[in-house]
Write a protein that binds this ligand. Structure first.
Ligand SMILES: [Zn+2]
Length: 319
C-alpha cells in the first residue's frame, strides 16, 4: 500500500475526517476458543474461525524472515502457503518481471472454493515484503503476513463448508510492494496487475462479483479506514456487515485515498474494496520498519476481519 496517499488525503481533502474515534471495547468472541479438531466435523456450515491458529500462521510466516521477491525465504513462504492448500483446487500464476533493478519471478497463488451461484468473489492478500528493505530485518508481520495468515484460516473455513453462494477464490498475490521507496506506481502491484489483465483477456473478470482486499488487518488497535478508491456500495456493504456482527466501531472512522492491490480491478470495472488499517502505531510509525513485528498484532483483530469479511460474502451471496 501507498502511505503517501494517506498523508495527502488528510492534508488536502478538507471534507475528509482524519480524526480517530476512541478505541472501542471489543465484543466477546468465542470463536478463538474452538479447537482445530472441532472444525472438520461440520459439513454444511462454515467452521468457526480459529484465531489462535491464524496467529500461529502469522508467526510461522514471519519466522522465514524478510520475503522480498526472488529470495530464498520468499520461496519458502510460497511453499508454506501451498502446503496448507494440498486438498484444494489451486492455480499458480507464475511470470517474470523486468524492473529497473533486474528480472524477478512473481508467483500468485489462487485457491478455489466452488459455490452454487455463477460468479466469483475474490479475497486477496499480498505475501511479499519490500525488496528495497531486504537487507534489514523487516518481516512485515502486519504488512503481508497478517492478511496472508488470515486467508489460510479462511481456507480452513471454506474447505469445511458447502457453499450455496458464489464461488470464492482466495488470492495470495505477489510483488505488491514497490521496488522503490516510498512508492513507485509502475514498479509495484505486479501480481495483481498481471492477474487483472489475464482475467480480462480470458473473460474471467466478468464473473468477478467483488474483490475484497485484506491489508494490514492484524493491528491490535484495529481501525479499518474507508477508502475513496474503493467501490462505494461495496464499502457500504462492508459497514453493513460489520454492524450486523457488532464490530462497526472498528470501521470507517477515517477516510483515506489508498493505492493498493484493488486498484487494477477498480480500473477494469470490478467492484473492489480495500480492508486496510493504514494507521499502524502512532502516525503509522511501525509501517515498513523493523518494528512491524508480531507483538503489535492481536488474534482478536484477525477474528474481527474474518467475521466481517465472511459476513460481507454472505450479503454478496444474497444480492
Ligand atoms: Zn507494505
Amino acid at each position: 500500500m501507498k502511505a503517501l496517499s494517506t498523508l495527502l488525503s488528510c492534508a488536502l481533502l478538507g471534507t475528509v475526517a482524519c480524526a480517530r474515534s476512541a478505541p472501542a471495547s471489543l465484543a466477546a468472541n468465542t470463536a478463538a476458543e474452538v479447537p482445530p479438531q472441532a472444525v472438520a466435523a461440520i459439513p454444511d456450515t462454515a467452521p468457526a474461525f480459529n484465531a489462535s491458529r491464524a496467529m500461529q500462521y502469522v508467526k510461522e510466516i514471519v519466522a522465514f524472515g524478510p520475503r522480498p521477491i526472488g529470495s530464498e525465504s520468499h520461496k519458502k513462504v510460497e511453499n508454506y502457503i501451498l502446503s496448507h492448500l494440498k486438498s484444494d483446487t489451486v492455480e499458480q500464476d507464475n511470470f517474470e518481471i523486468t524492473a529497473s533493478e533486474g528480472k524477478f519471478p512473481v508467483h500468485n497463488i489462487i485457491a478455489k472454493f466452488p459455490g452454487a451461484r455463477d460468479g466469483i468473489i475474490v479475497i486477496a492478500s499480498h505475501y511479499d515484503t519490500n525488496w528495497p528493505l531486504r537487507n534489514m530485518n523487516y518481516v512485515g508481520a502486519n504488512d503481508g503476513a497478517s492478511s496472508s495468515a488470515l486467508l489460510l484460516e479462511i481456507a480452513n473455513q471454506l474447505r469445511g463448508a458447502k457453499r450455496e453462494g458464489y464461488t470464492v477464490w482466495l488470492l495470495w498475490d505477489d510483488a505488491e510492494e514497490s521496488m522503490k521507496l516510498p512508492w513507485d506506481d509502475p514498479e509495484s502491484l505486479y501480481g495483481v496487475r498481471h492477474l487483472a489483465q489475464k482475467w480480462q483477456d480470458d473473460g474471467t473478470i466478468k464473473k468477478v462479483q467483488a474483490f475484497l482486499l485484506e491489508d494490514m488487518i492484524g493491528d491490535a488497535d484495529l481501525n479499518v479506514d474507508r477508502d475513496q478508491q474503493s467501490t462505494a456500495w461495496l464499502e457500504d456493504l462492508i459497514l453493513q456487515a460489520a454492524t450486523r456482527v457488532g464490530y462497526q466501531s472498528h470501521f470507517f472512522a477515517r477516510t483515506i485515498y489508498e493505492t493498493d492491490d484493488h486498484v487494477p480491478f477498480i480500473q477494469r470495472g470490478v467492484p473492489a474494496a480495500d480492508l486496510i488499517d493504514a494507521d499502524y502505531g502512532y502516525n503509522n510509525v511501525f509501517w515498513h520498519t523493523t518494528q512491524d513485528t508480531v507483538d503489535k498484532l492481536s488474534p482478536k483483530s484477525l477474528a474481527i476481519i474474518d467475521t466481517v469479511t465472511l459476513e460481507t460474502v454472505r450479503l454478496l451471496d444474497q444480492r
